[in-house]
Design a protein around this ligand. Structure first.
Ligand SMILES: C[S@@+](CC[C@H](N)C(=O)[O-])C[C@H]1O[C@@H](n2cnc3c(N)ncnc32)[C@H](O)[C@@H]1O
Length: 393
């Protein structure tokens, strides 16, 4: 397993980790293949130029199913802003656009094609509106793979979008030659830190892959550490892989140099969690009904960064990624110009070591710069995105 994931990583990194779509032209004559021929076809994956569509249509090379491939590329999810609830910063739902997701797909497919004689189980933590889970579910039949998507904040209109994509994927799953329905279970109101009732759907030592796309930075260090230990680690079988992406300091926004300064200063002062930072923006709140409903950011005013207070065991004073109205100017209600502060838990090597202790995990990390390129020479404060692959010992 180790060898495979390393090979895939190296291939992606060497290729500059591009995930450009490659589409075969074809007249569509042979687009409908039988279930039997799909099963006997050899998978065709080129690890250098592969894309999600290549992986999903691997049993149907050339012009086979070409119309379906074109439809798939058109139907591929678009980046979308997840709806905030109680002004909690849920960020964008976009892991499916990330080469790291291609790597996760590729790795999962490799597990399936090894015919291990069991169902490959994948858990997608913080799956947003579930696109990544659904795409992973297109990799095989119910006997081959089962994907569990966990999310605690799906809104009604997000659910509609999920339903539509799920219905499309369900049809495509059958057209790909798989029987038994799309093997994806989305738990859209489940808290990943507690995983209530986990013994039924999140049992211990059975998962092969845990995917965490832009997820861990949603938590204070203590909560992230507990979540990884008590659920991600527990659920994986020994040798199972956790693949995660999360923000580094350079994801801090419109005043990055200042954010780096704050981080380096905190490090110099010997703070245990220098990468946990408070972000203060002045903004105009235009709608408020017990919570902020709408704001207009004032672009000209730079964001102010400061080091966040974090307890010895990694607890922050304010919950992470939740916007707090700190001060109201010129008015007595939150409407108008307000100071909006949030505590953000960016990652550095120290925090990665805390959340993924060496006694439990074999960890490999990849660093991405502000141009989206992998660069092993980056120093911690120059990283925009961390990609991490951790094997359960
Ligand atoms: C930045 S989004 C990433 C979504 C998706 N994984 C992606 O990258 O496209 C983080 C997601 O984690 C979810 N989340 C945050 N805290 C959670 C928790 N305690 N339990 C379950 N989901 C959570 C958020 O609601 C949000 O959908």
């Amino acid at each position: 397993m180790k060898l495979n994931i390393k090979l895939v990583c190296v291939a992606l990194l060497v290729a500059g980790a591009t995930s450009g779509w490659t589409m075969e032209d074809g007249d569509g004559d042979r687009q409908e293949q039988t279930v039997a021929s799909a099963r006997t076809a050899k998978p065709t994956i080129d690890p250098i130029t592969t894309s999600v569509s290549n992986i999903i249509f691997r049993m149907h090379p050339g012009s086979a199913l070409s119309q379906k491939k074109i439809a798939f590329l058109k139907r591929y999810p678009k980046e979308c802003k997840l709806i905030d609830h109680d002004y909690y910063d849920r960020g964008f739902n976009m892991s499916f656009l990330d080469p790291f997701f291609v790597l996760a797909m590729n790795f999962t497919e490799q597990l399936i094609s090894r015919n291990l004689g069991r169902t490959i189980r994948v858990c997608d933590f913080g799956c947003g509106i579930g696109h990544t889970s659904i795409l992973l579910g297109l990799l095989g039949s119910k006997e081959q793979i089962h994907v569990l998507g966990i999310e605690n904040g799906m809104k009604a209109d997000e659910f509609e979008e999920t339903k539509a994509f799920h219905a499309y994927a369900e049809r495509l799953h059958g057209q790909l030659g798989f029987v038994g329905g799309l093997p994806v279970r989305l738990k859209t109101d489940v808290e990943a830190t507690t995983l209530q009732g986990y013994s039924t759907y999140a049992p211990s030592n059975v998962f092969d892959v845990n995917f965490m796309g832009n997820f861990l930075h949603m938590f204070a260090p203590k909560a992230a550490k507990n979540l990884v230990k008590e659920h991600a680690y527990r659920m994986l079988r020994p040798g199972g892989m956790l693949l995660a992406s999360f923000d580094g300091i350079c994801a801090a926004g419109n005043n990055i140099e200042k954010a780096k300064e704050v981080y380096l200063q905190a490090k110099q002062e010997g703070k245990k969690f220098p990468s946990v930072i408070n972000i203060l923006d002045l903004a105009i709140v235009t709608k408020y009904e017990d919570e902020i409903k709408d704001i207009e950011h004032i672009e000209e005013i730079p964001t102010i960064y400061s080091s966040a207070a974090v307890s010895e065991d990694g607890q922050t004073i304010e919950p992470c990624r939740k916007t707090i109205i700190k001060k109201c100017f010129l008015n007595v209600t939150p409407l108008g110009i307000s100071g909006l502060q949030k505590t953000v838990c960016f990652y550095d090597s120290g925090l990665i070591e805390l959340v993924f202790p060496k006694s439990q995990w074999s960890v490999t990390v990849y660093r991405k710069d502000i141009y989206g390129q992998y660069n092993p020479d980056l120093r911690d404060h120059e990283v925009v995105k961390w990609n991490l692959i951790a094997e359960k010992k």
